[in-house]
Design a protein around this ligand. Sequence first.
Ligand SMILES: Nc1nc2c(ncn2[C@@H]2O[C@H](COP(=O)(O)OP(=O)(O)OP(=O)(O)O)[C@@H](O)[C@H]2O)c(=O)[nH]1
Ligand SMILES: [Mg+2]
Length: 288
Amino acid sequence: MLRGLFSRLGGLGGRKLDEEFLEELEEGLILSDVSVQTSTSLISDLRDAARRGEARDDESARDWLKRRVVEVLGVETEPMRFNPSGLTVWLFIGVNGVGKTTSIGKLAHRLVEEGHKPLLAAGDTFRAAASEQLAEWARRADVPIVAGQQGADPAAVVFDALQAAKSRGRDVVLVDTAGRLHNKSNLMNELAKITRIIEREVGHPPDESLLVIDATTGQNGLHQAHAFAGTAPLTGLILTKWDGTAKGGIVLTVTKETGVPVKLLGVGEKADEICDFDATEWTETMFS
Ligand SMILES: Nc1nc2c(ncn2[C@@H]2O[C@H](COP(=O)(O)OP(=O)(O)OP(=O)(O)O)[C@@H](O)[C@H]2O)c(=O)[nH]1
Ligand SMILES: [Mg+2]
């Protein structure tokens, strides 16, 4: 899995922080999926720190980078938000095949284990198999699902789901959506309409509007984040298929350039293979 930047460069061996080492660090960051822009600015700041005598060797450079990344770039641990005084709604968006439905299934399991009463809303009415896939997760987690006919208005399905949750005493509604291409304006309109229905029915925007990103697609995830950020204000990111990448830098790229925190990591296809993003742990692994 993830291998640290410094161990990849040969481990910590009391190496002097000279220009050659700074360049290797910059290249290492870029190879770990940290964007070129972020890598360049981090190393340029580290170079300044070195001039001021704040970092002299590999070890102090590592400590400086860790501090800088957590404090200045704002990579923090932020738990999932619940509505303290009523129905909680989590909306899941993202392009085709990134893992929206799977993440909802996993979270349904987790919420049940935590004593919650989730309900799933099959807001992807575009594909015939989409509701069936979500229904299978619902059956396995033993939670109710509200779905519509193929081609039905997704906002109407979400409306029905919110009504059902209220009348059946459910406390968290997880809304699945279609993942057709984000450059289609109809998808963006559909998401905006779903968000408006939620706002009207529960009196506030979704407690979480989560963009799901496939971590193995590297910088592509960033383009998706920019494209979706315009529709529904994003509250968090879910990075899936974390088990399939040795690079962790995408975390830094997306949080730095969108300002949206990573909340969850998908680490496999099974029900329990989702975990909270832990910024300290990530920083330790990334810069070990
Ligand atoms: N290895 C791994 N596979 C995952 C993970 N999350 C999802 N998958 C797989 O990715 C594929 C797509 O997942 P879906 O949940 O169907 O993706 P989606 O975003 O709902 O896709 P659409 O409904 O087509 O937009 C499935 O084969 C999942 O099993 C993960 O964290 N790790
Ligand atoms: Mg799906």
